[in-house]
Write a protein of this length. Structure first.
Ligand SMILES: Cc1cc2nc3c(=O)[nH]c(=O)nc-3n(C[C@H](O)[C@H](O)[C@H](O)COP(=O)(O)OP(=O)(O)OC[C@H]3O[C@@H](n4cnc5c(N)ncnc54)[C@H](O)[C@@H]3O)c2cc1C
Length: 376
């Protein structure tokens, strides 16, 4: 079935929100970012409307791997080298705080399981050691795992465990966040595709479309590369094999086991990097074949696949998101480009963007200044 397992639970957009013609803030995109923004802004008393072209969480927020990890697309040692030690530490601290916030808001859609980063070969073992040392030096919780369980031994050569991380049912989480935004007074309009920012009837506009580059700002679209990810889900396995999200080969292989025992596995984009840089939300036989073989090897036998789908995320040149005012358009704000790590960052950046609009910009936003990559 080429639709997301996460989105298969029934849900209806909550009603009761005001239907104001003109709003203070219009949000384009009903994923984690748009809903997080709307929740904070409506909570502060602003009139807010979310326009979602499909359904709430219908984009990457309901189609992802369900990993809720601290940090961003870079590993900690690489972030320290790229951003400098202070900014890297501040970014990790920010995302650890937002993992707590996620736990508070998501209820049982979030499980605090930790996550396991695995090394597939000797060079990756050295990379894990570099991340482990860097995290330890800066006082972050991390554990080396010398013993790998039966399912991993032989296939992987080392592992580090990140205790603060967790596993999400991402669509359930974002629907809950949307319901909170509606309770706070935000309007949620599904099946509402925006073709031009001028049609919005709002004093301020937020673009929260991540990889679904919306055509609303050519300068923004030029700074974000739509990137496709594909996923397969098995029928429930007989036993629990993977207690937390696992990832290897720099995140090109990732998998987790759901509460009901299904294996959710994604990645292998590196088998066709050029063709996977696309906004076309379709599965391909090549990547699906690789995913099926990968899962069969992990489990020791070919499983029954019940769901398969594709989703699009937005990648930036430096793999950090673009969060703040759109250069050249004072009334337009953006939060996009999480480069494949938007579950925690999307919540963090959505809330920080809302706070900036309310006149309280957090210091961390300087790291994500859109002006570094978007020209006016
Ligand atoms: C296969 C896959 C696996 C991933 N795995 C993980 C993971 O395990 N952990 C992690 O942290 N991140 C992961 N990510 C990334 C993460 O899912 C995204 O970064 C995050 O969901 C982005 O949320 P968002 O709200 O910014 O954007 P989205 O959730 O993509 O929402 C944007 C919405 O905007 C709507 N839209 C676009 N244009 C318009 C328009 N003109 N008018 C109205 N609406 C519009 C779209 O329909 C879409 O619903 C993954 C992504 C994919 C695709």
């Amino acid at each position: 079935m080429t639709s997301s397992y996460w989105l298969s639970e029934p849900w209806a957009v909550p009603d009761g929100a005001r239907d104001d013609e003109r709003v203070d803030v219009a949000v384009v995109g009903g994923g984690v970012t748009g809903c997080a923004c709307a929740h904070v802004l409506a909570g502060a008393g602003l009139r807010v409307r979310v326009h979602e072209a499909r359904e709430i969480a219908g984009g990457a927020s309901g189609r992802n791997g369900g990993f809720a990890l601290r940090g961003g697309a870079l590993t900690y040692d690489v972030a320290r080298a790229q951003l400098g030690p202070e900014r890297a530490r501040a970014l990790w601290q920010l995302t650890e705080r937002y993992l707590e916030r996620l736990a508070e808001l998501a209820g049982d859609a979030f499980r605090r399981t930790g996550s396991l980063r695995l090394a597939a070969d000797a060079p990756e073992v050295a990379e894990l050691e570099a991340e482990y040392e860097a995290l330890r030096e800066d006082g972050f919780a991390v554990e080396q795992r010398a013993e790998l369980g039966e399912a991993l031994a032989g296939r992987f050569q080392g592992a580090i465990f990140h205790p603060p991380d967790g596993a999400l049912q991402p669509a359930q989480w974002v629907r809950r966040l949307a319901a909170r935004a509606a309770e706070a007074g935000a309007q949620l309009r599904e099946d509402s595709r925006i073709e031009s920012l001028d049609e919005l009837g709002a004093d301020r506009v937020i673009i929260a479309t991540d990889g679904y580059t919306s055509g609303l700002s050519p300068a923004l679209d030029a700074a974000v590369t739509p990137t496709r990810g594909q996923i397969v889900v098995t029928e429930p396995l007989e036993r629990g094999v993977f207690p937390c999200p696992h990832y290897a080969r720099h995140g090109y292989d990732y998998w987790q086991q759901t509460r009901d025992g299904r294996l959710v596995a994604g990645g292998l984009r590196d088998k066709a990097l050029e063709t996977e840089n696309t906004a076309e939300e379709t599965t391909t036989p090549l990547i699906q074949g690789h995913l099926e073989r990968f899962v069969a090897e992990l489990l020791g036998k070919p499983p029954v696949i019940t769901h398969r789908w594709a989703g699009i995320f937005g990648t930036t040149e430096d793999r950090l998101p673009l969060v703040g005012r759109l250069p050249g358009r004072d009334e337009v704000w953006i939060s996009v480009g999480y480069s494949g790590h938007g579950n925690v960052m999307g919540l963090a950046c959505g809330e920080l963007l809302a706070q900036a609009i309310l006149g309280e910009p957090a210091a961390e936003l300087e790291l994500f200044d859109p002006a570094r990559l978007v020209t006016a």
